[in-house]
Design a protein around this ligand. Structure first.
Ligand SMILES: O=P(O)(O)OC[C@H]1O[C@H](O[C@H]2O[C@H](CO)[C@@H](O)[C@H](O)[C@H]2O)[C@H](O)[C@@H](O)[C@@H]1O
Length: 329
């Protein structure tokens, strides 16, 4: 499998003003929307559910396909394992969620692919039996690879396709801090190989001003591009590498790249997760599952409403594996 990395700086800056409503993420005053509240557009959500059925309600049919296959689990972090909150430093996952991920990882190879820096997401998750990919997959601590995949000296370690960009990233980070310093509530998060510019706490009337400022800075630096997440702009190196590539890389290092009996399952809530959904959809094997409590454009086949539903799904997955293994019964 080839991991082609283009260092071309001719790549276009991605437009990010197209789907503004993706900012909505089911949070009220920084806490997760109460489960008792219905989404505002109940009819719309119900018809969206027809196209993206609940992975919980469809659990048995999903698992029918998994019988006899190697299930490999991929999870996003923010909005999937943890609720979306006002302060990015306080996006903690619950003890129950941690226990569920630990249990799933006992039975299936499990990776967390996050936009955060790898260290930060590991601090939040605190599990040693999962693999971590930070910076939207640009910083992967992979499992030990087959000898063919090691470097000449047989070294293993982090895979960092954007390493050459580090000095430039640090430079633009300083420029960004200066550029947005007058915008109340704006904050920069250093995710090592990408920089997040958060505007969740910026007054709505200043959103466009902030976006324009960041856009103008990035447009002048051809080695960067801009993507958008939930109330966050992500400044990243212009390389052809995303969460989908990270998923393929993990499958390869796990020794599954050519296996016909592998079923990757990816759960994520944000736009950057669509790249991983795309890879699974192209394989025609596996399950892309979106986390959303409102209808949204996605190529995921199944859905879960929010992190509590993700928790329920993971618990069921672990239980299913135990029921498959006679000595656990
Ligand atoms: O790929 P992910 O793990 O989902 O990371 C994407 C971004 O997640 C974080 O921001 C989001 O969650 C915050 C905490 O709930 C929230 O305050 C923010 O508005 C959301 O965009 C993270 O802080 C970013 O750096 C990641 O890029």
């Amino acid at each position: 499998m080839g991991f082609q990395i283009s260092h071309s700086n001719k790549q276009k800056v991605k437009p990010f003003f197209g789907r503004e409503n993706d900012d909505s993420d089911g949070t009220i005053n920084g806490s997760v929307k109460g489960r008792e509240l219905s989404p505002p557009d109940v009819a719309g959500y119900d018809s969206w559910l027809v196209k993206h059925p609940s992975a919980l309600n469809s659990f048995d049919s999903i698992m029918k396909e998994a019988k006899g296959k190697k299930v490999v689990v991929f999870l996003d972090y923010d909005g999937t394992l943890s609720p979306i909150v006002e302060d990015p430093d306080k996006a903690f996952m619950s003890a129950e969620m941690r226990a569920a991920v630990r249990e799933v990882a006992k039975h299936f190879p499990t990776s967390i692919i996050s936009g955060r820096s790898r260290d930060k997401v590991k601090q939040f998750v605190q599990l040693n039996n999962v693999y971590y990919a930070g910076s939207h997959g640009m910083d992967i601590m992979a499992p030990p690879r087959a000898v063919k995949s090691c470097d000449k000296k047989g070294n293993e370690g982090a895979f960092q396709p954007a390493k050459l960009f580090l000095p430039a990233i640090q430079e633009i980070s300083v420029e960004l801090v200066d550029k947005i310093k007058d915008i109340q509530g704006a904050r920069i998060e250093d995710n090592r190989f990408c920089i997040s510019v958060h505007y969740r706490q910026v007054p709505p009337e200043d959103h466009e001003i902030l976006k324009e400022k960041v856009k103008s800075l990035v447009e002048n630096r051809a080695e960067f591009r801009l993507t958008q997440g939930k109330m966050v702009l992500e400044v990243r190196p212009s390389i052809e590498w995303n969460k989908g590539d990270a998923l393929n890389y993990m499958l390869d290092t796990l020794g599954f790249s050519n296996a016909k009996d592998v079923l990757p399952l990816y759960i994520g809530d944000d736009r950057t997760d669509e790249d991983a959904f795309k890879v699974i959809a192209a394989r025609r094997e596996g399950f892309p599952i979106i986390v959303s409590s409102t209808p949204k454009d996605t190529i995921a086949w199944y859905s879960l409403r929010d992190p509590p539903e993700v928790l329920a799904f993971l618990l069921r997955l672990a239980k299913w594996r135990k029921s498959e293994m006679p000595f656990f019964k």
